[in-house]
Each structure stands twice: as C-alpha cells, then as structure tokens.
Design a protein around this ligand. Structure first.
Ligand SMILES: Cc1cc2nc3c(=O)[nH]c(=O)nc-3n(C[C@H](O)[C@H](O)[C@H](O)COP(=O)(O)O)c2cc1C
Length: 224
C-alpha cells in the first residue's frame, strides 16, 4: 500500500529537519531572549545538592528528600557514595532511591562538579567521618568530595550532618577545618521539646533544622 510520505523527496525532508530546532537550540534561544529582556530581578531556582554517604542514618536523607519535594522552586541533584546503598538497605529494608535526578559518584561531569552551575547549597546527610575527612583535606576523589570542595571555594553553603558519637580528635580537627573553610557541622542530634511521637517526628527535628538553614520554611514546631 502506498504512503503519502513517499511523495516527499529526501531533499525536502532534510530541509525540514534542518529547520527543526533541537531541544538544546531551543533552550539557548529562550535563555538569550530572557537575558535580553534585562530584568532587574530574574527569579532563579534554589539549587541544592544532596549527598548521601555510608554513615548510619539513611532515614535522615530519606525524610529530607521527601520534605524537599513539598517546596516549589527547588532544583535538587543527588549523589550516593559507594557504601550508602548498603547502609540504606540495612537500615530501611529497601533499595536506595530518590525521585530527584541521581548522579553517579564518579561522574565529574555532573552539574554540581563545577562552580559555574551555581548550586548554592549542599547537604551531606548523613555524613560519614571518611567523607568529612576527605573534604577537610581537599581530597576530591569522588563526586561528593569534589562538589563539597566546589561549594566551599565558591563561598556557598555546605551542611555536613554527622552522627558519630563519641568523637576522636581526628573527627574534631576535621570538623574544625571544615567549619573554618565556611562549612556548617550539623550533628544529627534530635531535640525532644516538641514531644515527638514517632521515629519520623524525631528525625524531622534534625531535617527541619537543615531546611531552616537552607532558607526553606518547614512549618515546624517552634519554641516560644
Ligand atoms: C550499617 C553501617 C553503618 C555505618 N555507620 C557509619 C557511621 O555512622 N559513620 C561513619 O563514618 N561510617 C559508618 N559506616 C562505615 C562507612 O560506611 C565506611 O567508612 C565508608 O567507607 C564511608 O565512605 P563514604 O563516606 O564514601 O560513604 C557504617 C557502615 C555500615 C555498614
């Protein structure tokens, strides 16, 4: 059976394809048009990196990502360390997962491996002592430590949710170094004055402090 398209010559099809904008061309044209409008204020997305390491406390990462989904204007990129999936499986009885885009731990071409991508916030949750040490010593041997290095050099916000207890002097020295470089050490130390009733509510006393620091209002219990 004949097809109507058989009447169209290859030259015409090629011309049509040439005229068709690729998605990238289209994005560039829109961006140029937007910039040419010369607005004083261009609304931007809040760009956040979530790094999940092999420290205990996978539930903190799970709850934080769940809460981030409830905010508009938030762009999140996620990276897991090598041991994070094993700890997540052990502690939560399921495979590690995220509804946000996940980048491979060896992917140095991920947007947040470069300062130019302008990710303003990075939360390492939970943050292992190994990752903390690598960041403190500038060892960018995976995407998490590279992204943290970038965030610090750009003078943006790095939040390390550590959970180890007790601490040795090496941990404390590494926390000091990261703090002096501009990072924030936020121990996963839940509070109880809101009278939490479930594990999730206990965990949220920590993740809500993270959201507060990022500048997102978690509508949480507030004292006074
Ligand atoms: C169930 C489990 C819990 C762990 N908890 C911690 C922890 O709380 N802190 C820590 O530094 N390492 C912890 N580890 C060990 C780390 O996973 C390991 O040191 C790993 O190499 C850290 O590397 P990463 O930061 O690249 O994930 C734990 C390992 C397992 C299996």
């Amino acid at each position: 059976m004949g097809c109507a398209c058989a009447d169209i010559s290859p030259e015409i099809i090629n011309r049509k394809n040439k005229n068709r904008l690729t998605e990238v061309d289209f994005a560039i044209k829109v961006q140029k048009l937007y910039l040419s409008l010369n607005f004083d204020f261009i609304p931007t997305m809040k760009k956040i990196v979530i790094a999940i390491t092999g420290a205990s406390g996978s539930i903190y990462a799970k709850r934080l990502m769940h809460q981030l989904h409830q905010f508009e204007g938030v762009e999140v990129g996620v990276v897991y360390s090598k041991n994070a999936p094993d700890v997540w499986r052990h502690e939560l009885g399921e495979e590690i997962h995220s509804d946000f885009p996940v980048y491979d731990r060896g992917d140095y071409r991920a947007p947040f491996a470069s300062g130019s991508a302008k990710y303003e916030h990075m939360v390492i949750i939970p943050c292992s002592m190994g990752t903390l040490g690598r960041i403190a010593h500038g060892i960018s041997d995976d995407l998490t430590s590279r992204a943290a290095d970038v965030i610090l050099k750009e003078r943006r916000q790095l939040i390390c949710v550590i959970r180890d207890t007790p601490l040795n002097l090496i941990h404390i020295e590494n926390m000091r170094k990261v703090t002096q470089a501009g990072g924030i050490i936020l121990p996963a130390a839940p509070s109880f004055y809101s009278l939490p009733q479930t594990i999730e509510e206990v965990v949220d006393t920590v993740t809500h402090r993270v959201l507060d620091l990022i500048g997102l209002d978690p509508k949480t219990f507030r004292w006074g």
